[in-house]
Each structure stands twice: as C-alpha cells, then as structure tokens.
Design a binder for this molecule. Structure first.
Ligand code: TYM
Length: 331
C-alpha cells in the first residue's frame, strides 16, 4: 500500500442502510478512497450481540456488502471485506479485552440503551462489543475512523485501550482519530427529530432506508414532523426543519442561506416535497447499481474473498507483533 494515512470503518449488516448511515458514514467512505488507504468491513460478528435469524443474517451481510459497493466503495481501491472472514479481529479482541476495565465498558451509552431494549438477552458480547470494535481498528493501526457522532464514545474507548497497551508494552498502536462529517454526523428521526434516525425505530415513517423506492421516500418526507412555524430557516428549537435542511443541503450541495432564500415565502409542504424528491433522485443510482450487483453473486464472492485475503495479510503482521509483545511464544 502507498504511504498515505490509513482509514478504517465498519457497518452492521442490516441489509439496507438508513439515510443516517449513508450521510453520517457510507457516503464519505467512497470519496475518501482517493486521498487515503481505506479498509472497510461489514461487521457480522458485532451483529450477533443481538439475536439474529441465521439465514437472514447471511443474506443481510451479502446485501450490505453489495450495497457498500453500490454507494461507491470500490474493492479495487479499498480493502472491502466481511469481518468474520478475518480471524485476527477475534484474536486481538481477546488481548484488548484483557486491557479494558469493567468500569469503562459499563459507562458505554450504547450498552445501556441496548440492554434496556433487549432485557431478556444482556449477553457478555453486548457488553464487550466496544472491545471488538477497538480490535477492528487497531488490527490495522488505523489513523482515522469515519463515523457518525453516535460512535464517538466507542472511538474514545478504543484510543484509551490503545494508550493503555502502549504504556504497558511499549509504544505500538497508533491512536485512532474520529473523522466525523461537519454536516450530517447525526441525522435525526423524521417523526421525533430530537432522536437519532435508526432502523430499530418502531415507526417506519421515522426512518428512510436507502433502498426505499421514490414514492415511499417522498411519502415519508411529506409526513415528517416539523413545528408550528411556517418559515424554512435554520434555528434553535426547529429540530425537524433543521434536520430536513441538513439532508437537503447534503444532497443538493446548497448551503443553509441558499436553501432559506429558495423557500422564502413558500410553506413547509413545498419544502418537504422538494427534500423528498431530491433525496429520491440522489439515491436512484444507488438503487440501480445495487440491483445490478446483487445479481452477480460470483463477482461479489470474488470481491469479498480477495478483500478478506488482503485484510488478513495486513492485520496478521500487526497481530503477530502484539502476540510477541504480550509474551506469547512465537510460532
Ligand atoms: P452502525 O452499523 O450502527 O452504523 C454505521 C455508521 O453509520 C453512522 N450512523 C449515523 N450517522 C449519522 N446519523 C445517524 N442517524 C446515524 N446512524 C448511524 C454510525 O455512526 C456509523 O458510523 N459499532 C459500529 C460499527 C463498527 C465500527 C467498527 C465502526 C464496528 N467496528 C470499527 C468504525 C470502526 C456500528 O454499530 O455502526
């Protein structure tokens, strides 16, 4: 690999990503490929921290892989693979777990949220999830991690674990920096705009899925919750409008001032329709490319097999050194 900074990121295999996943992370993954060495993976091992139907998980993992490609991740330019294909992640996970405190894991807000949502299955994988995430990143000594704001706390933990390891065993891991977009780092629910947009929301109108068809996208935006005001302007307390303006700005490239003047004197109805149409049009090529790619199973298999080989080769060098550093006998 050329001497550029290294980017690593991962995404859960939900099969179809939300507009939040897309704007906060995936959309940027493609554009970063020119400037950086990029490594991306579909994190199927993270997914089983909540109960999964095995056949669906397999299908969703393959769909997520194809969808990343449809969103612009090019397996010729980046290393794109499936997490469970590369065993170094699990190996490093164990070592990092032995350098992570129970107390710091207990403070993770995602663990608190998820254990409340699944009280019948608060398994230890859910608790140690952020350690595996640290292993994903540190197995490549990544410099930068492009994520949305909700992953910031996990990333800080990854840095703390790396720092602790370096203190105990001598400088080794790069401390990874979060790479969070200025606009779109937290796309909000269309129904409760003070809450993050999430696929697990019970109300299907709250969340745009990037494979939704045009009519569905427009319908969901038309129903988006706003306020009792009428003016399209970005300001404190107008969470619904602020969120729609953010989304519109990302897909059109217009700044907030340009959006405000475009809709001056027009009502929220016109604005919501324009946002819906702009998002649907923006995502059209993604849907088309996904439909094409997902039929080509042989090509996908070739891509994820080669991706895993490259990821394995890269991370094996690093994890072997970690094994040596902690005092394991060399093989
Ligand atoms: P996941 O699969 O929940 O989300 C994938 C990416 O989408 C971002 N995101 C959002 N961004 C803006 N607005 C939203 N509403 C929104 N919802 C989600 C997330 O911040 C994330 O960047 N633990 C990770 C996956 C992971 C990972 C890693 C990430 C595993 N190992 C190593 C980076 C590095 C997760 O569950 O993301």
């Amino acid at each position: 690999m050329e001497d550029k900074k290294l980017i690593f990121s991962g995404i859960q295999p939900t099969g179809t990503f939300t507009l939040g996943n897309y704007m906060g992370a995936v959309k940027n993954w493609g554009s970063l490929q020119e400037e950086y060495n990029c490594i991306y993976c579909v994190v199927d091992m993270h997914a089983i921290t909540v109960r999964q139907d095995p056949a669906k998980l397999r299908q969703n993992t393959l769909n997520s892989y194809a969808l990343l490609m449809a969103c612009g991740v090019d397996p010729e330019k980046s290393i794109l693979f499936i997490q469970s294909h590369v065993r170094t992640h699990a190996e490093l996970n164990w070592i990092l777990g032995c350098n992570t405190q129970f107390g710091e894991l207990s403070r993770m807000t995602q663990f608190k949220d998820k254990s409340q949502r699944h009280p019948d299955d608060v398994n230890s994988g859910l608790f140690t999830y952020p350690v595996l995430m640290a292993a994903d990143i540190l197995a490549y000594n990544a410099d930068l991690v492009p994520v949305g704001v909700d992953q910031k706390q996990h990333l800080e933990l990854a840095r703390n674990i790396a720092q602790r390891f370096n203190q105990r065993y001598g400088d080794f891991f790069t401390l990874p920096e979060p790479y969070i977009p200025k606009v779109g780092a937290k796309i909000m629910s269309l129904q409760e705009p003070t809450k993050k947009m999430s696929k697990s929301d019970e109300n299907p109108n709250a969340c745009i899925l990037i494979l939704d068809d045009k009519d569905t996208i427009i319908r969901k935006f038309k129903r988006a919750v706003t306020d009792s005001d009428t003016e399209v302007c970005y300001s404190e307390g107008k969470d619904g409008i602020n969120n729609l303006m953010t989304i519109y700005s990302i897909v059109t490239g217009k700044d907030f001032a340009a959006i405000e003047s475009e809709f001056a004197g027009k009502g929220y109805g016109d604005f919501k329709l324009a946002v819906g149409e702009a998002v649907a049009d923006h995502l059209e090529p993604v849907r088309t490319e996904f439909a094409r790619l997902s039929k080509d199973k042989a090509y996908l298999k070739k891509c994820y097999t080669e991706g895993a080989e490259k990821a394995m080769k890269y991370s094996q060098r690093i994890v072997s050194k970690v094994y040596h550093k902690v005092g394991f006998v060399d093989r």
